[in-house]
Design a protein around this ligand. Structure first.
Ligand code: ADP
Ligand code: MG
Length: 484
């Protein structure tokens, strides 16, 4: 069948592309990227009134959302593209049927997509190149700067979307667009360095952009605990309660796993949650693992997390890693040749923060030496950061090398001793075991006198973070790797 526009409807990609070009005119990039782009076209058939287009979303959540919000836009786009009256049906893939996504196909499409910066909303926030973190102040419109603690460098527009984070990204956009409607709380989880904090800030920034008077707070669970301790000490609990329970329309709390096992903090958080949720205000939390795996978290809090939407973030696929590197390079005006981007993305797989760190170090080196970033330079830089192809060591060998380097004993690694001269080598041993063995966090814990999952995860994350900034730690890790 040929339509008036001469599109062969048997060629779905052509038809999808034609419709997509129409939709692009009508939907802002953030939403386009979150909702429309990940859709796949599964078929087209003639119907009594015209045509029926089958679209497939990655999951039920996305399918429902698209049906509720974009069906008309889609139908009119297909109608315009084909010249025939089109109906659109949106289904979703069953769990486990995600082959295209998992193979990275969808990731490739998504990640290679560079949203044109024309979203009138997103553009109103200035992306500051200022790198000292924390202040996060808005520099326009006199927004509520002091209490929001939002970092305006983290917005949806500079978050690269691929199959691994598409669902999390879409959930965050949904919540930022329609707070406290369907998805309250939103629980975001995934390993360190994959963009949870970025997304939390992006939700807040997006909401403020749409509504500059919205009252949004971003804080870490640790910040909540410290504030609580301080308020208890200074007899300021009424103020504390008013602040968290009554003064915000939306609260974004990062690294909520930190609350686990802290009784009074959990108690306070429980009531805060109830007050916010009960009065239809949005709560978003992030964690390094799903609610049911947060050991020691009170059951009643866990249950509440499960009331809402739970979205996970997995390490990005290679295409997304390359896209992230290129986006960062472009943003910071760094010349990054393709072969270097591919090399870095091939070797650094599980942490975007690490990927950024290497890029920054390469840039520093390039400007120091006056040479351009090259493959040679990248290989040299990564020598200490990545294991040789196929290298593998036993847990015992790693512990032996660590204790030899630091002149301590294996018993020290397994002990509870928290002094720095023991704790730091212990964390390095954890980090190297994670890197050079295939053991999970729990298994590694068994080699350290039965420490739990979160202790190991924390230890590894600490070293990963310090490797970027602390040359002493980098030297130690390098020396131990040489011993191995
Ligand atoms: P997490 O909170 O999960 O540990 P962060 O949000 O701190 O991770 O992310 C670490 C760094 O990586 C940040 O600078 C963030 O901007 C960047 N990052 C992570 N994922 C992405 C992505 N998909 N696109 C762009 N930048 C990303
Ligand atoms: Mg974080």
């Amino acid at each position: 069948m040929r339509t008036s526009l001469n599109i062969d409807v048997n060629k779905w990609p052509d038809l999808w592309q034609a419709a997509y070009r129409v939709i692009e005119q009508e939907v802002v990039p953030t939403k386009l990227q979150a909702w429309i782009q990940p859709l796949e076209m599964a078929g087209v058939e003639e119907s009594a009134s015209g045509m029926r287009v089958q679209l497939v979303a990655a999951n039920k959540f996305t399918a429902d959302w698209v049906r509720d919000n974009y069906r008309q836009v889609l139908e009119s786009a297909f109608t315009r593209a084909t010249g025939a009256k089109c109906e659109v049906a949106i289904s979703f893939k069953e769990a486990g049927q995600d082959s295209a996504n998992e193979a990275g196909e969808a990731g490739q499409v998504n990640s290679s997509y560079q949203p044109p910066i024309e979203d009138p909303l997103d553009r109103s926030i200035e992306v500051s190149s200022n790198t000292d973190s924390g202040s996060g102040q808005f520099n326009d419109r006199g927004r509520r700067q002091s209490d929001s603690k939002l970092d305006n460098r983290y917005i949806f527009n500079n978050f690269v979307v691929g199959a691994s984070n598409q669902f999390a990204h879409a959930s965050c956009v949904a919540v930022a667009e329609n707070p406290a409607r369907q998805y309250n709380p939103l629980f975001l989880f995934g390993p360190p360095g994959l963009g949870k904090t970025h997304l939390l800030h992006a939700i807040g920034n997006h909401l403020l952009m749409r509504n500059p008077n919205a009252r949004v707070a971003y804080l870490s669970a640790e910040g909540f605990v410290n504030d609580l301790i301080d308020s208890l000490q200074h007899k300021k609990m009424p103020q504390f309660r008013t602040k968290y329970r009554d003064s915000y329309d939306m609260i974004l709390i990062d690294d909520i796993q930190f609350l686990a096992g802290k009784k009074s903090s959990e108690e306070e958080f429980f009531h805060t949650f109830n007050a916010l949720h009960g009065s239809k205000r949005q709560i978003v939390v992030s964690s390094d693992r799903p609610p049911k795996e947060i050991e020691g978290l009170e059951e009643r809090i866990r249950t509440r997390f499960e009331w809402g939407l739970i979205a996970d973030i997995a390490p990005p696929e290679i295409e997304t890693r390359i896209a992230i590197l290129k986006a960062k390079a472009e943003r910071d005006d760094i010349y990054l040749p393709d072969d270097v981007a591919t090399f870095l993305a091939t070797h650094i797989k599980s942490n975007v923060r690490e990927l950024e760190g290497v890029l920054i170090r390469l840039q520093a080196q390039a400007s120091l030496t006056g040479a351009e970033i090259s493959l040679e330079m990248a290989k040299h830089e990564l020598k200490t950061a990545i294991p040789e192809e196929g290298s593998h060591f036993t847990a015992e060998a790693i512990q032996a090398a660590v204790v030899k380097h630091f002149r301590i004993r294996v018993q020290d690694l397994k002990s509870m001793n928290r002094s720095r001269n023991i704790a730091m080598p212990r964390q390095i041993a954890m980090y190297l075991m994670r890197k050079y063995t295939s053991m999970g966090y729990k298994e590694i814990g068994a080699y350290f006198g039965g420490k739990d999952h979160s202790t190991i995860l924390y230890g590894c994350a600490q070293i990963e973070k310090k490797l970027e900034s602390d040359s002493q730690i980098r030297d130690a890790v390098e020396a131990i790797q040489n011993l191995l």
